[in-house]
Design a protein around this ligand. Structure first.
Ligand SMILES: Nc1ncnc2c1ncn2[C@@H]1O[C@H](COP(=O)(O)OP(=O)(O)OP(=O)(O)O)[C@@H](O)[C@H]1O
Length: 234
């Protein structure tokens, strides 16, 4: 599903060179619920941005769904991203003038699907994330947790095989953050969607079925856990 080989990425600002990733190897299989953790500056966002085809590596190979995305140009990456990947951000990134429904439907509009299919799929996913009845509100009339539910619906409505989430609970209180993780886990089970999310919050790490710890641009540990050990049982 995702194959990462000897991936490197540097940032240059003035005279300074920051080696954000220094040779990362990683295989992520279909249907995983995986967290990338590590201290601030360890390279989590950089790795997520590369896997999400938002940025390109300096060297190494990166395959997403058997496509060697390290070889694609900007336009090809944008197309791949729009069709195949779902994204969830810590600041939700909803369009403020559109309702919840319209924010979700937009993801399908961009794929050029017929109106009736867009309507049905949007309603179905909003129902799954528990937002039917609130779909006509604009984001400012929704709580942070509800906005993140809209964002989860938007990511999933395209039925991508992979959803990437950069610190999805960072702006939520811990109870709401847990609710969001449970929803993501539920979606992972129901749809078989692979979830890769970054965090530096120990509570969030507990939910992961597999935990990758990054340190200084390298993988420090890679731990798979039986589901019974994850926080879901509490
Ligand atoms: N656009 C950029 N220009 C210069 N340096 C950058 C840029 N983006 C990231 N870096 C640097 O690369 C390193 C890795 O950053 P990255 O954002 O991937 O880490 P992170 O683990 O996601 O951190 P955080 O938890 O604080 O978000 C850091 O030292 C960071 O300062």
């Amino acid at each position: 599903m995702i194959t990462v080989r000897n991936l490197t990425k540097e940032y240059h600002s003035g005279e300074t060179v920051v080696k954000a990733l220094r040779g990362v190897d990683l295989d992520i299989g279909a249907g995983e619920f995986l967290s990338i953790a590590g201290p601030s500056g360890s390279g989590k966002s950089t790795l997520l941005n590369l896997m999400g085809c938002i940025d390109t590596p300096d060297s190494g190979t990166l395959k997403v769904e058997d496509q060697d995305v390290s070889r694609l140009n900007k336009d090809q990456l944008a197309l791949f991203r729009r069709r195949r990947l779902g994204f969830i951000f810590q600041t939700y990134n909803l369009i403020p003038v559109l309702t919840g429904f319209e924010n979700v439907a937009l993801a399908l509009n961009l794929l050029g699907l017929p109106d009736s299919e867009i309507r049905d799929r949007t309603r179905a996913i909003l129902d799954e994330v528990g937002l039917l009845g609130m779909e006509d509100r604009v984001p400012s009339k929704l709580s942070g947790g509800q906005q993140q539910r809209v964002a989860i619906a938007r990511a999933l409505v395209k039925e991508p095989s992979i959803v990437l989430a950069d610190e999805p609970t960072a702006n939520l209180d811990s109870k709401t953050g847990e609710d969001i993780l449970k929803l993501m886990e539920d979606m992972n089970k129901r749809h078989g969607t692979t979830f890769v999310f970054s965090t530096h919050d120990p509570m969030v790490m507990q939910y992961a079925h597999r935990l990758i710890q990054l340190h200084d641009g390298l993988i420090q540990s890679d731990e798979r856990r039986a589901e019974a050990e994850t926080a879901r049982v509490h």
